[in-house]
Design a protein around this ligand. Structure first.
Ligand code: IPE
Ligand code: IPE
Ligand code: MG
Length: 227
């Protein structure tokens, strides 16, 4: 099963406590680790977490800087633990000049270190945009000189960031926002969506289990008729 999460509501969580927004991001680490643990517990093989979008560069420079440092230090703090649990860490997104080198280096180290783990694939969507991913796929197709009549859904999928990754079965968004915000646009064509009011820093494995239970009550039809 593939579960994808839009970890949202960190800023509001902090504001409610009279704290700077960045404290909310910091508090999100506990939620992330608990969700990974819960996902392992119930045998989720694929977990994708939206950590930084291609649009998040529009935030104040000090928040962007905090998020870059935070994601880098989180990896430094947590990668051994994740590795011990059998988690393969991967990163989906653009490696553009705005991402500091040491962040890229830490990402590479973390994915290299966990490369052969198979219990779960944890994909961190970082400097990720669903539209950017599709643009990048099209660029690759054109660069390869693929003929128009050879392009179909399979060839497009084969040029996405991780062609081996199954589409998400379930997408969870926290913090009471009912939108996709440019997450996994190609892949979520038939995903079940679960929205919860819980703010990300308060989200725990029980909330994941509840979302999975809700998913299990859904009937996926893929365009067919009921039954
Ligand atoms: C999600 O929390 C984290 C990122 C987008 C990096 P927000 O920072 O968006 O929190 P709100 O939505 O402002 O509460
Ligand atoms: C989506 O949350 C991106 C991440 C969780 C990393 P945002 O908070 O950036 O989304 P919008 O701006 O509310 O749509
Ligand atoms: Mg938000």
């Amino acid at each position: 099963m593939h579960v994808a999460c839009v970890m949202d509501g960190n800023g509001r969580w902090a504001s409610q406590r009279g704290l700077p927004r960045t404290e909310g991001h910091g508090a999100g680490e506990e939620a992330l680790m608990d969700v990974v643990e819960g996902a392992l517990e119930i045998g989720v093989g694929w977990l994708t977490m939206f950590a930084f979008s291609t649009e998040n560069w529009r935030r104040p420079a000090d928040e962007v800087r905090y998020l870059m440092n935070f994601n880098e230090s989180l990896l430094a703090r947590r990668r051994d633990e994740l590795n011990d649990k059998g988690v393969r860490i991967r990163f989906a997104g653009r490696r553009d000049w705005r991402v500091p080198r040491r962040v890229l280096r830490r990402m590479d180290e973390s994915s290299d270190m966990t490369l052969s783990n198979r219990r779960m694939t944890l994909t961190m969507a970082f400097n990720y945009g669903g539209r950017a991913e599709i643009v990048d796929a099209v660029r690759k197709l054109v660069a390869e000189g693929v003929r128009p009549d050879k392009i179909d859904e399979r060839t497009i999928r084969a040029h996405l960031y991780f062609p081996d990754q199954p589409d998400p079965d379930l997408v969870i968004r926290t913090s009471g926002e009912y939108r996709i915000s440019n997450f996994l646009l190609w892949q979520l064509a038939y995903s079940e969506l679960v929205f919860t009011d819980v703010l990300w820093p308060d989200f725990r494995r029980e909330d994941l289990f509840e979302a999975v239970a809700e998913f299990q009550r859904r009937e996926r039809r893929y365009g067919r008729v009921h039954g």
